[in-house]
Design a protein around this ligand. Structure first.
Ligand code: NAD
Length: 282
């Protein structure tokens, strides 16, 4: 039997409706309009598209949104001065610096300079530390969206074997922690893992965040597994994931498509985090 599709676009649309009404409520009850400022440095075309999509999504749910565009030759000091100003600005509840940054700028220093209460990407070490120790925090958007997609299947995460391929700071590591928080037994795999296919075949939940088109095929998938494809790869002008969708949908129980799976959820979780930051810092 073919896998059920976990429709990230439909789930996103539902969640955005709910965010929109909570934004309305915050406005009418407290006179606060949640505001996100995104800083874009340089001329990366993909980054420019992501930033525009974030701005559009904010406007759709009634949030304020602004973009600060800085040139390719911006110094680290200049960027840090912008962040310092935004940290103090009461109308700005979320600050996001679009990555990657040009080589003269150290992303770690930039992330560390953002007020953790406005760190809607959830990358600041304070938020990461709170995530590790199980305290409330601003959670990183893509992993948060992945957990929501898994919950959408209606299958409990508790007690399941979860395998994550990828150990990046923005996806692999945090999603592993969040699966653990939800009582899964978690295995983290990476480029030096041996016997990857065998480990993956034990997974009830398989999260793939590698960045290689069609990396995972049926040899990696257990019958009926939940497969979450985080990858975004451009092949011949088309977006494809890290999972061979056509093949794996014949074996998995649930699968996310690319596009229309994790991607829309990432922006929706950014909206949730901005709302959360506005509610907490009113
Ligand atoms: P990354 O390059 O930082 O990490 C890739 C990970 O894959 C590494 O930990 C590496 O160890 C592992 N890996 C590489 N080759 C491997 C192999 N042969 N076997 C096992 N593991 C291997 O990437 P990332 O930032 O985590 O992103 C991963 C993918 O997810 C990319 O395609 C990226 O574009 C996509 N992504 C999508 C969203 C979204 O919103 N949908 C958000 C972030 C990232």
């Amino acid at each position: 039997m073919e896998a059920n599709i976990i429709d990230g676009k439909a789930l996103s649309n539902r969640l955005r409706e709910s965010i929109k009404s909570r934004v309305e409520e915050l406005k009418s009850r407290k006179g606060i309009t949640p505001g996100l400022t995104v800083i874009l440095v340089g001329n990366d075309p993909a980054s420019a598209v992501y930033v525009r999509n974030k701005e559009r999504a904010c406007k759709q749910v009634g949030m304020n949104s602004s973009i600060i565009k800085l040139g390719e030759d911006t110094t680290q000091e200049e960027l840090l001065r912008h962040i310092e100003r935004l940290n103090k600005d009461k109308g700005v509840h979320g600050i996001l610096v679009q990555l990657p940054l040009p080589p003269q700028i150290d992303p770690t220093q930039v992330i560390n300079a953002i007020d953790p209460r406005k760190d809607v990407d959830g990358f600041h070490p304070m938020n990461v530390g709170r995530l590790v120790t199980g305290q409330a925090c601003l959670e990183p958007c893509t992993p948060k969206g992945i957990i929501r997609l898994i919950q959408e299947t209606g299958e409990p995460i508790r007690g399941k074997n979860a395998v994550v391929i990828g150990r990046s700071n923005i996806v692999g590591k945090p999603v592993s922690l969040m699966l653990l928080k939800n009582d899964a037994t978690v295995t983290i795999c990476h480029s030096k893992t041996s016997g990857l296919d065998e480990i993956c075949r034990r997974a009830d939940i398989l999260v793939v965040a590698v960045g290689r088109p069609n990396f995972v095929d049926n040899r990696y998938v257990r019958d009926g597994a939940i497969v979450i494809d985080v990858g975004i790869n451009r092949v011949d002008g088309k977006l494809v994931g890290d999972v061979d969708f056509q093949e794996v949908r014949q074996k998995a129980g649930w699968i996310t498509p690319v596009p229309g799976g994790v991607g829309p959820m990432t922006i929706t979780m950014l909206l949730e985090n901005t709302l959360q930051a506005a509610q907490q810092n009113e």
